[in-house]
Design a protein. Structure first.
Length: 510
């Protein structure tokens, strides 16, 4: 079985669009910003805790509501781009992204920041599927397209690691809101240049955009993930199963509705193909491991090992380097060896690196941390790039937006779950630490809260409390790394079987 699920197309001379590589450079700007925004707050967490004083649950929502909303809307926005034009929705979304970045930067309460991050996620959901769909229509030669997707994938993966670096530099010189304002000049360039260089493309016979399906997708995704977060943060109260059941019911309704609509937002029949489903699953778990690791190592490097924000950001640079290098050669490697070999190896590499981190303690040296980050970046670059190529080449180019949205949904849901699930493990272990007499309740909410609370305590109490809090955080981080390693290694084995017979498309598309 191959990854090409569409009808066989007639081979003809490949038309190479002039200016396609310059157009690609505009598209990766959008990808970079969306990816950076998913992780840039990792280093800003201590500053937000000090300024806005959020609870532990609010802090998690600030970190991942952006990705949850994107994940819930990607399929809907990808399908909308197929209908109204991918260039149009990209430029409108980019403009909104810039305006909403200002709202995030000047949020004055935790609730306001959560709402602003959610709105930013709505705008971000218009960008990601449009960029990948436009690549599908810019590059007709499959080998050129693989390289273009490699550059796109490398940018997406690297953006996850570049976020802490950019955030670290800004936090050394400005207030935490500056991590959002860097979006403005980039968005201006994207809109001005993109309006001139990008071609418009859409499905010539798209059918109507189904609003009930949009709502079911959004409510289902948020409901399920909210249940996961609440269970880890507060245990199984009646709200937890209620939210989970409601979310699952909404997703079930979404699937059933897609199977009955003559022009669905997402053709669910694609998931009947083993290779397509395997590629989506590998996408999700790759980013789960990468984003969860980067988010919590940011806090470890700052709040446990005492590094400055810029130093902590630079310490995570190996992940970006590994992702870029691997992403650029992933297509060639998959054609020389096999799709399943490259994807399984990438997942296994992330799993092994996470397993190594189960032995970290407060004094662990940087060589071990840097090596683990490099391996994670390489694994993510190989796995994510190849699976994105498989997914994108599985459908006719008229449905490229919807197919791109599937890949991007896996990416964003993986980022959200990486923070939510692994973060919930860390939080579950951390909140039960035993501090000295006089330890305030807010110290149990988050490590950032403990550091802030320590400033107002007597020196002996402060030192004892921080020692206990940091030890508990490291214990939680090690447990989360072990859980992530188990999931990624199991996924590597599953990918080996699910992607059997898959190959990258070698026939030119018209």
């Amino acid at each position: 079985m191959t990854s090409t699920l569409r009808p066989t197309e007639t081979t003809e001379a490949v038309t190479r669009r002039p200016g396609r590589w310059l157009a690609l450079s505009v598209l990766v700007l959008a990808v970079l910003l969306v990816a950076v925004d998913a992780t840039v707050l990792g280093l800003a967490t201590p500053y937000i805790s000090e300024d806005l004083q959020p609870s532990g649950t609010q802090l998690l929502w600030i970190g991942d509501v952006y990705s949850f909303v994107i994940a819930g809307l990607l399929v809907s926005m990808g399908s909308l781009g197929d209908r109204i034009g991918r260039k149009r929705i990209l430029l409108v979304g980019a403009s909104a992204f810039g305006v909403l970045s200002v709202l995030n930067a000047y949020a004055t309460t935790p609730e306001m920041l959560i709402a602003a991050r959610a709105l930013l996620g709505v705008a971000g959901a218009t960008l990601m599927p449009a960029t990948l769909a436009l690549i599908r229509n810019l590059f007709h030669d499959p080998r050129e397209r693989s390289l273009a997707i490699g550059i796109w994938g490398a940018t997406a993966s690297a953006g996850t690691a570049v976020g802490p670096i950019a955030g670290g530099f800004l936090l050394e010189h400005f207030w935490w809101g500056s991590v959002f304002l860097i979006n403005l000049p980039v968005m201006v360039v994207l809109v001005v240049v993109g309006a001139r260089m990008l071609p418009e493309s859409r499905n010539p016979a798209p059918g109507p955009w189904d609003l009930p399906s949009v709502l079911l997708s959004l409510l289902g995704m948020i409901g399920v993930v909210y249940a996961v977060k609440e269970a880890a943060s507060h245990g199984f109260t009646w709200v937890t199963p209620a939210a989970g059941i409601a979310g699952a019911a909404a997703l079930y309704g979404f699937v059933r509705r897609q199977l009955t609509l003559p022009a669905p937002l997402l053709d669910m029949r694609l998931f009947r193909h083993r290779g397509f489903s395997g590629a989506v699953l590998a996408d999700l778990l790759t980013i789960l491991g990468l984003s969860g690791l980067v988010f919590f190592l940011s806090q470890f490097l700052q709040l446990v090992q005492g590094r400055g924000p810029l130093e902590a950001g630079l310490a995570e640079l190996p992940a970006a380097i590994g992702a870029v290098v691997a992403g650029l050669i992933a297509g060639r490697a998959a054609r020389r060896f096999s799709v399943r070999a490259v994807v399984s190896a990438g997942l296994a590499a992330i799993g092994v690196a996470l397993a190594v981190l189960t032995v970290v303690d407060r004094t662990t040296g940087y060589p071990l941390l840097g090596a683990a980050l490099l391996v994670v970046g390489v694994g993510a670059g190989f796995s994510f790039t190849v699976t994105s190529d498989v997914i994108l080449s599985s459908v006719p180019k008229e449905q490229a937006g919807a197919a791109s949205a599937v890949s991007e949904t896996a990416y964003e849901l993986g980022a959200a779950l990486g923070i939510a699930v692994l973060g919930s493990i860390v939080t579950g272990v951390y909140r039960d630490f035993t501090g000295p007499a006089g330890t305030p309740a807010e110290a149990h909410e988050s490590l950032g809260g403990a550091v802030e609370a320590a400033a107002g305590l007597p020196a002996p109490t402060s030192e004892a409390m921080l020692d206990a809090a940091r030890t508990a955080f490291v214990d939680g981080l090690a447990l989360a790394a072990g859980a992530g390693a188990a999931v990624l290694l199991a996924a590597a084995v599953a990918a080996w079987f699910l992607l059997r017979g898959q190959r990258l498309d070698d026939s030119p598309s018209r």
